[in-house]
Design a protein around this ligand. Structure first.
Ligand SMILES: [Zn+2]
Length: 411
């Protein structure tokens, strides 16, 4: 394990020194220049390791291929992904990564904030291990630089240990994962792998192969305006229709009332006046039929609102955002079978859980490449309290190597 720590920790500390905060208000991909800087650094690093084919696409995707070991050229190409950007929710500039070697299990002060092992059993478990946290002024960037470090560490490990079986390994670092804007530019034509894994999860053992089916619906209300003094029995107020529609959505099926496998409706944005109003509603459900049922229910709610506002109209326009990756992953069972075996072989207990959101892996699965997600050892993503368990990042790197070996040997 020491070797994997040495191959990942210095890299991680270097990567978090790049400010790669993405910006969802920018239309271009990548949305920020800092992502280019990290992409260029990684490309140079890959070339430095002897992977001459490393390249960066027009939209800042880093793609490189570690060649197969002699005799394993026919093994399937397997891809590993991590994202370059960090969330814009908290600053990622001038990150001061603080290494806590042999953590003593006490409360950790981060400026005005603190990490408390009494309220976080997960942190308490790290006693005696090495963790990395911030000074409380920024996020850490373990999401997803711990994923990048784990992949790069695995690549160097394989180069140092040519005796380990490996097929061709594809390394893919993507921009703008946090904004969701990167994937439309995903260079599918360059990707050879037909099975991929994202390293973008949290605690040791985390394995994610299911996510929501996601729909976004725009409900447009058309009212009938009248002079307010003469409105009795004539006016239909579109603003009030939108508000009525929003409160018609069942509160027991909202994000704040659900967890685990429960789906929900979420009114996200509302705007308008007496004549025209619009309400955006997100629908989430792990079950596709469940999501479709909710979409159909929006039509019923629309009719119910119309009935309360004679003369007013409500029209629902719903679109799929992404689908549960489970179906695509199940079509190719060996993707999960090999992953489970790699967990077992490296002694990591599997903690499978559904993702209440989407990932690049979900979109990639939809595009035909099944892509489950694996832990990186990071916690408290998108916050100043973000921290990383170094042995867990090392374990992710080791698991990557084992997974590559299993694919090569066809076991
Ligand atoms: Zn992430």
């Amino acid at each position: 394990m020491k070797e994997f720590t040495e191959l990942t920790l210095p890299r991680f500390l270097k990567y978090v020194s790049f400010c790669t905060t993405s910006d969802r208000h920018v239309e271009a991909t990548p949305s920020t220049c800092g992502q280019w800087d990290l992409a260029n650094y990684l490309k140079d690093e890959l070339v430095g390791l002897g992977i001459q084919n490393a390249e960066i696409t027009d939209h800042c995707y880093v793609i490189a291929r570690l060649p197969a070991k002699q005799g394993f050229e026919n093994a399937p190409t397997v891809g590993f992904l991590a994202h370059l950007d960090t969330s814009s929710e908290v600053s990622g500039k001038n990150v001061k990564a603080i290494i806590e070697e042999n953590y003593n299990g006490a409360l950790i002060k981060l400026g005005a904030l603190s990490l408390d092992p009494l309220t976080s059993p997960d942190l308490a478990k790290q006693k005696g291990r090495t963790i990395v946290h911030t000074d409380g002024a920024t996020l850490l960037g373990a999401d997803d630089k711990a994923g990048i470090a784990a992949i790069m560490g695995a690549v160097e490990f394989l180069l140092k240990h040519p005796e380990i079986a490996r097929g061709e390994v594809e390394i893919i670092f993507t921009p703008d994962e946090e904004t969701g804007k990167g994937l439309p530019f995903f260079p599918m034509e360059k990707i050879k792998a037909r099975a991929c894994y994202t390293l973008d999860g949290g605690p040791l053992g985390e394995l994610e192969s299911e996510c929501f089916n996601a729909w976004s619906a725009k409900v447009r209300f058309t009212g009938k305006s009248m002079h307010l003094g003469d409105a009795r029995g004539k006016m239909a107020n579109a603003a009030l229709m939108a508000a009525t529609f929003a409160v018609t959505l069942p509160r027991t099926e909202s994000p704040e009332a659900t967890d685990g496998y429960y789906g929900y409706y979420c009114p996200l944005e509302i705007s308008g006046d007496v004549e025209n109003a619009e309400l955006e509603v997100f629908i989430r459900d792990f079950d596709k039929q469940g999501a479709e049922k909710r979409v159909a229910a929006l039509e019923l709610f629309a009719r119910a609102v119309e009935a309360q506002f004679p003369g007013g109209k409500a029209a629902v326009d719903a679109k799929v955002q992404y689908l549960n990756m489970k179906e695509k992953i199940n079509e190719k069972p060996e993707v999960l079978e090999k992953l489970r075996q790699a967990f077992i072989n490296t002694g990591v207990e599997i903690r499978q859980k559904p993702i209440r959101g989407g990932t690049d892996g979900a979109r990639l699965s939809e595009m035909g490449i099944p892509t489950p997600n694996i832990f990186t050892g990071g916690r408290n993503f998108h916050s100043r309290l973000e921290w990383l368990s170094v042995p867990e990042m090392a374990a992710a790197s080791r698991l990557t190597v084992e997974l590559i070996r299993l694919w090569a040997e066809g076991v």
